[in-house]
Write a protein that binds this ligand. Structure first.
Ligand code: PLP
Length: 400
């Protein structure tokens, strides 16, 4: 047998894509499936953004660009960070990447090696752990607890740090829980990080513009004392409904941005040039679509949480951000993954089992409410019917 790099035995993936494929397969067979599994806005990219990409293609923007992204786009990112959050970030520290995910790939590669520890949220975005394991670093899960609204606990996170900690990954607002870490907790965390000056920080703020109840997003860029070791991950996918465009950006300290640029040159060369022009239009154009999408998600959030709390054996805390609910299903008598499979097979509702987001995800399901209110209500009715059924061993339902 030809040997491949043994690291490939350790790399994981995202089950949301497997659930998407399974739901599509059931739909092909004529089943009516409501997909609350996949984490992408169900809106179209606003027309003026699409127009900008079409224009770029018509104007002949067909070649390679600078590996770090075209200057007007990096300048637009810098101006947007100033307009939105009030921070000064030089365009020279911005790297345009093909999707937010690429920033985590680069950052984890940069700091992960055997002997290093990387602290990451659990339940959390599955790629963090997958990439940590791939590099041979030790994954150190920081538990996100329901009783904290799935926010980071500064004390618990800091207690996990050791002299071997090379990278701490933060994510607020969070996938899969919708948890938002309060500003005071972030203050405490950053203050405690002063004791660990050799640890880099990756702040995944891809849902930063999706917070509710008047809560302002607290970016880690606010803390100038950690700027020299902070990597900010953001992008267009969620804010502008552009998941398929593959467009993201990151802000790095100078030396690390140059290392990241080399990774770009060694892999994808540059981001699709038309998509970069679309990115400029998104940041410089009208922002009303962002506010409208947020308002619609908020309506759905309220409906989904109220509906979940009416289901037998289910309780859900109110998520403060992103577009996910993470209900506790432990009192249904089901383990989370068999429940997610049964809901899909039996009543055509696609969700993701909490364990797909880490060991601390057992007992929970992730529901993405990036679907119409009507479909959300239909899905909740189907879930209520299913959970009210007497569990029969003949029903083929795999109770734990
Ligand atoms: N970070 C988090 C927490 C996410 O949930 C996602 C996508 O689901 C990403 C990053 C990646 O976004 P992109 O599609 O831009 O790669």
């Amino acid at each position: 047998m030809i040997a491949v790099n043994p690291a490939f035995a350790r790399i994981g993936e995202e089950n949301a894509f497997a659930v998407l494929a399974k739901a599509a397969e059931l739909q092909r067979q004529g089943r009516d499936v409501i997909n609350l599994g996949i984490g992408q806005p169900d809106f179209k990219t606003p027309a003026h953004i699409v127009q900008a990409a079409v224009k770029a293609l018509r104007d002949g923007e067909h070649g390679y660009t600078d590996a770090t992204g075209i200057a007007p786009l990096r300048e637009a990112v810098s101006a947007d960070l100033h307009r939105r959050l009030g921070f000064d970030v030089s365009p020279d520290l911005v790297l345009i990447v093909p999707g937010g995910k690429v920033t985590m790939f680069m950052a984890i590669l940069m700091f992960g090696d055997p002997g290093a520890d990387i602290v990451y949220p659990d339940p959390g975005f599955p790629i963090y752990r997958s990439m940590i394991e791939f590099t041979g670093a030790r994954p150190v899960p920081a538990q996100m607890r329901e009783e904290n609204g799935f926010a980071f606990s500064a004390e618990e996170t800091l207690a996990l740090m050791t002299p071997e900690t090379r990278l701490v990954i933060l994510n607020s607002p969070a996938n899969p829980t919708g948890g938002v870490t309060p500003g005071e907790e972030i203050d405490k965390l950053v203050a405690g990080l002063a004791r660990w000056p050799n640890a880099a920080i990756l702040s995944d703020e891809i849902y930063g513009q999706l917070t509710y109840d008047g809560l302002a997003h607290r970016s880690l860029l606010a803390y100038t004392e950690i700027r020299d070791r902070l990597i900010l991950l953001d992008g267009w996918s969620k804010t502008y409904a552009m998941t398929g465009w593959r467009l993201g950006y990151s802000v790095w300290p100078k030396l690390w941005r140059d290392m990241a640029r080399k990774l770009a040159v060694n892999s994808y060369s540059c981001v699709n040039s038309a998509a970069q022009f679309a990115g400029i239009a998104a940041l410089k154009g009208p922002q009303d679509s962002v506010a409208a999408m947020r308002a619609e998600f908020d309506r759905r959030r309220k409906a989904v949480v109220a509906g979940l709390n009416r289901l037998p054996g289910v309780s859900a805390v109110t998520p403060k951000g992103a577009f996910y609910a993470f209900p506790n299903v432990s009192r249904t008598g089901w383990k989370a993954k068999p429940l997610a499979s049964a809901l899909l097979e039996e009543v055509g509702v696609a969700t993701i089992g909490g364990p797909d987001f880490g060991v601390h995800g057992e007992g929970y399901l992730r529901l993405s409410y990036a679907n119409s209110l009507e479909n959300i209500e239909r899905a909740l009715t189907r879930m209520a019917d299913f959970l009210s059924r007497p569990a029969s061993p003949n029903a083929g339902l795999e109770k734990p």
